[in-house]
Each structure stands twice: as structure tokens, then as C-alpha cells.
Design a protein around this ligand. Structure first.
Ligand SMILES: [Zn+2]
Length: 257
């Protein structure tokens, strides 16, 4: 699979060759330069949305296995009502990973303590989860991760190593920011799209229809529909013979420093 590094290399080789030809022929092929830059930008932006391709970096998105196992992950919490309802459903028996937003942790410290006490994992998902996050500088991104990690450490005494990019987007700025951390970048292979519709049947149908062994399932503990969906989903996967395992067990990685 093509990577960002290879794309950059190809871009600069093309640029060099075009410059040489321009000098030799004493012409400036402006249109060719424009096309080259547009293709480079298109490829770079297109792959930002496809973590599973490993274009920018390697992310854990799915386990290659025939065993009927899956990992459950929740993004964008904690929420004072939704997250406890989800924890009630998991009942300390079904392990999950919660990718928390730092600013939402404020005032919900007890929920984080509960997640940890009940055997769930806590990961970083930025501090603000701003709509403009992917346009932030690398330094600003780094500060967001540090602030969130610090909150998690203050509450649980554990420094997270699991990280999920906001919106599941990876770009060169984020790639640069992540160089300062030892995070395991966690993607997903089966997302509920539960933030785009309130129709529980539709969300469940999407989840179950696509379900495969080794899936990393993404739900949001920020939307109320996640609760009834999870309730039915847990029953359905049990009937299908699936077992929910922790992310760290699935990928054999350390969740904390
Ligand atoms: Zn998110």
C-alpha cells in the first residue's frame, strides 16, 4: 500500500524531472506543475480519512483472526448520563475502551474512576475535539494530548498509551504531533455511525451486517441512542457466538505507560 513518505518522494522526483526538462527546453509547463500539486494534495487529503490504509502511520484497526472476538470502543465521552448507563450495561463483564475528551473529563472525574475500577480502558481523544482540530498546528495538538493525559493521570494514576484521532482523521500535522508520544494509534473497522442518525434499528443493522471476527467496533458515549443500541447489540453478538475482548488483549499492546 502506498504511504505518505512514498507519495512525497514521488512528488519531489516528478518536480525535479520537470525542472530539468523545463531548463533543457527553456519552457515552463505551468499546467503540469498545477496538475502535479493538485494530485499530491488530493492523495494526501483522501488518505487522511482512511486510517486503515496505513498511509500516514500504522493504526490498530482490526485483528486478522478467524476467532469470533471483537473489541468495543466508545468515543467522545464522558457524559454524565450516557456513560454511566453504558457502564451499567457492560456490568463489569464486557470490557470496553473509552476514548475520552479532556474538557469533558472536567466534572466527570467519578465516571473515569468508575471506568477504571470496573476494568475498562481509558484512552486519549484530544482535549477539545474542536471542529477545526485537523487544522491545528502540531504544537497545539500536542498540548491537547498532554492536557488530556494529565487529567487521566490525576484521576486514575495511569498514563494512557491508547490514542484515537478525533474524527478518525490522520494528517501530516497530527503525524508530526504524535512523534512526541509513544501512543498506540487505535482506529476501527466497524463504526456504528450513531452520531449521524437516531434510528436505533438502522444503527444496529449497520453494525451487525458488517460484523467480522477481529473487529474494532466504534460507538459514541455522547449520544443517547448508543445506550439502547448497545443493549441489543450485546445480546445479538452473544447469539452469534462472539466474545468481547479488551483492545490490549486483542492486539497484545500496553494500554498504559
Ligand atoms: Zn470523536
Amino acid at each position: 500500500m502506498i504511504t505518505f513518505r512514498a507519495t512525497k518522494l514521488i512528488f519531489f522526483i516528478c518536480l525535479f524531472v520537470m525542472n530539468m526538462i523545463s531548463l533543457a527546453l527553456q519552457i515552463l509547463p505551468v499546467l503540469l506543475y498545477v496538475i502535479l500539486i493538485v494530485v499530491y494534495l488530493f492523495v494526501s487529503v483522501f488518505f487522511s480519512f482512511y486510517m486503515r490504509t496505513g498511509f500516514y502511520l500504522t493504526a490498530y484497526c482490526k485483528k486478522g483472526t478467524d476467532d469470533k472476538i471483537l473489541a468495543l470502543t466508545f468515543d467522545d465521552g464522558p457524559d454524565p448520563e450516557i456513560t454511566p448507563a453504558i457502564l451499567d450495561l457492560l456490568k463489569e463483564k464486557v470490557p470496553a475502551t473509552f476514548f475520552c475528551i479532556g474538557r469533558k473529563i472536567e466534572g466527570n472525574e467519578e465516571i473515569l474512576k468508575r471506568m477504571d475500577a470496573e476494568g475498562h480502558l481509558i484512552g486519549t481523544h484530544s482535549y477539545t475535539h474542536s471542529d477545526w482540530f485537523d487544522l491545528f498546528s502540531s504544537t497545539r495538538m500536542k498540548n491537547e494530548f498532554l492536557r488530556t493525559d494529565q487529567k487521566i493521570v490525576e484521576i486514575t494514576g495511569k498514563e494512557p498509551l491508547l490514542f484515537r484521532p478525533p474524527y478518525g482523521v490522520i494528517n501530516p500535522l497530527l503525524k508530526k504531533a504524535l512523534k512526541s508520544f509513544n501512543y498506540h494509534v487505535i482506529g476501527f473497522s466497524n463504526r456504528a455511525w450513531d452520531t449521524t442518525t437516531k434510528n436505533e434499528g438502522k444503527i444496529l443493522d449497520r453494525l451487525v451486517r458488517k460484523l467480522k471476527p477481529g473487529d474494532v467496533v466504534l460507538l459514541h458515549d455522547s449520544v443517547p441512542q448508543a445506550v439502547p443500541v448497545l443493549k441489543v447489540f450485546l445480546k445479538m453478538i452473544e447469539e452469534k457466538g462472539f466474545t468481547v475482548v479488551s483492545l490490549n488483549k486483542m492486539f497484545e499492546i500496553r494500554p498504559y505507560v
